[in-house]
Design a protein around this ligand. Structure first.
Ligand code: CO
Length: 466
């Protein structure tokens, strides 16, 4: 039976985020979009938390304008974004009115497929976004944050997949941010999900631990429908398997993608000099391009590993890395064994560093650790450590409801805070997600429009250097 595998290309989002810290500018992307539109990808992933943040913070670009330009260029290809459930693209839970408005504006500006995940796999944190996507006639894909641990059995994944189908999602993604999904496990997992639900199954992994293309192959044989790949110059290492390699591997089999290698090679030719330039400037660290076996041994995502290293460097405590890596699984267990993905990866990582540096566990707890113990991020699959709870939150009562049920609508308040800088309806959403960064960008934009050098500012007219 013929079963062509569909390809989602990640170069514009995850691949460049994983390899060059999301620093690719819109200007660098636009010239190749017309060619990419001819490939026949299932979708192009092009928008998400880090791309949004980096646009405003480092590139001084409006992320909404970028999206509109993509939409203009991609005439036949679906555009996909990554969405952190109730956290949208940010780091804290938002009230439903902000989530709904963000979904509405994302679709209005060009997004077709919204991949929605929650760092705890607490489906209550996804419902508002899934419902909003349906209302806007967008494709709502729910991503399972893949992780390992006692609680994460095949039955756990089957049960959650069933509930995702029941909540009205259009497809399911197995999101393996750390590259932990091994080939034979992928085979079992995909088969189990296929037995349980009728939804298309997409696989997303990273090459960090060196197994990714084998994982895709086994997943495809087990019935996966879509795989996420990156064009070869920005493939492998901490990014995804190479598009051309998977296309060639499946050629002439029942899984033939039908994609044209000629067009793909022209796209690769375009991105290769950008990769080479990034290597020259140091933006692309060759260390990110090989196999990092620590991710398999310590089950820590690549991004989290580099964060831990830089946190320790700042404290002059580089030599503590292995202590921290041993502390990570302990803290994770204390907090109910969550998957490690934004923001839980930061919470567990930072707390592990604190525990090691202070020489006493939970002598100091971060605000986020407290909130996690208080249930403010949602429910974890395993119970949390009662002793740790008592030490950190004392008599405070954790919540058990959906965290966003306690949040009042906040859109109007946000609007009033940034009104004078607003130039488009979407600006309030940029501000909601990254208040300080967005405000700096608004000031930069206003200065530029007034013909003032944004770096120098103009104090008389009330604009400031940014
Ligand atoms: Co990813």
């Amino acid at each position: 039976m013929e079963k062509p595998i569909k390809i989602t290309e990640t170069i514009l989002r995850d691949a460049q985020q994983s390899l060059i810290a999301t620093r690719m500018s819109t200007e660098e992307m636009l010239p190749i979009i017309d060619k990419m539109d001819q490939v026949g990808y299932h979708a192009v992933e092009c928008w998400g938390g880090a791309t949004f943040d980096a646009c405003l913070r480092f590139l001084k670009e409006d992320p909404w304008e970028r999206l509109r330009k993509f939409r203009e260029g991609f005439k036949q290809t679906k555009l996909q974004m990554l969405f952190r459930g109730q956290n949208i693209l940010g780091y804290r839970p938002y009230a439903d009115d902000v989530v709904e408005y963000f979904v509405q504006k994302s679709v209005a500006n060009g997004i077709d497929i919204i991949r929605i995940f929650d760092c705890l796999n607490d489906l209550r944190n996804l419902q508002t976004a899934v419902t909003a996507a349906g209302k806007e006639k967008a494709h709502a894909q729910v991503a399972l944050s893949y992780t390992l641990g006692d609680a994460y059995t095949l039955d756990y994944w089957k049960d959650i997949a069933k509930r995702i189908e029941d909540m009205g999602a259009d497809s399911i993604c197995i999101k393996d941010m750390a590259g932990l999904l091994l080939p034979y496990q992928a085979s079992k997992l995909v088969s189990a999900l296929k037995e349980t639900v009728d939804l298309p199954i997409e696989i997303h992994t990273h090459y960090t631990s060196g197994v990714a293309s084998m994982t895709y192959l086994k997943a495809v044989e087990a019935g996966a429908d879509i795989i996420d790949t990156a064009i070869s110059p920005f493939a492998m290492g901490t990014s995804q398997p190479a598009t051309e390699v998977m296309v060639e591997t499946l050629k002439g089999t029942p899984y033939d993608t039908g994609l044209d290698q000629e067009i793909l090679s022209e796209i690769a030719d375009y991105f290769r000099p950008i990769r080479d330039h990034a290597l020259e400037t140091g933006l692309l660290n060759p260390k990110n391009m090989g196999v990092d076996i620590k991710t398999l041994l310590y089950q820590v995502p690549g991004g989290m590993l580099s964060n831990l290293t830089s946190q320790l460097n700042e404290q002059g405590a580089e030599d503590k890395l292995y202590d921290v890596l041993k502390e990570v699984p302990r803290v994770r267990k204390d907090l109910g064994e969550p998957p490690l993905v934004t923001p839980s990866s930061q919470i567990v990582g930072t707390q592990s560093v604190l525990n090691v540096l202070m020489g006493e566990r939970y002598k100091i707890a971060s605000k986020e650790t407290k909130d996690m113990l208080l249930g403010k991020y949602g429910a974890t699959v395993k119970p949390m450590n009662e002793e740790v709870k008592e030490k950190v939150i004392g008599n405070e009562q954790p919540i058990t409801c959906r965290p966003a049920d306690l949040l009042k609508p906040e859109l109007d308040k946000l609007k009033s805070e940034m009104e004078i800088w607003s130039e488009q309806e979407e600006d309030v959403l940029s501000y909601a997600l990254f208040p300080q960064v967005a405000m700096d960008y608004f000031k930069y934009r206003a200065a530029q429009e007034d013909g003032i050098d944004p770096k120098l500012g103009d104090k008389e007219n009330g604009t400031y250097p940014v």
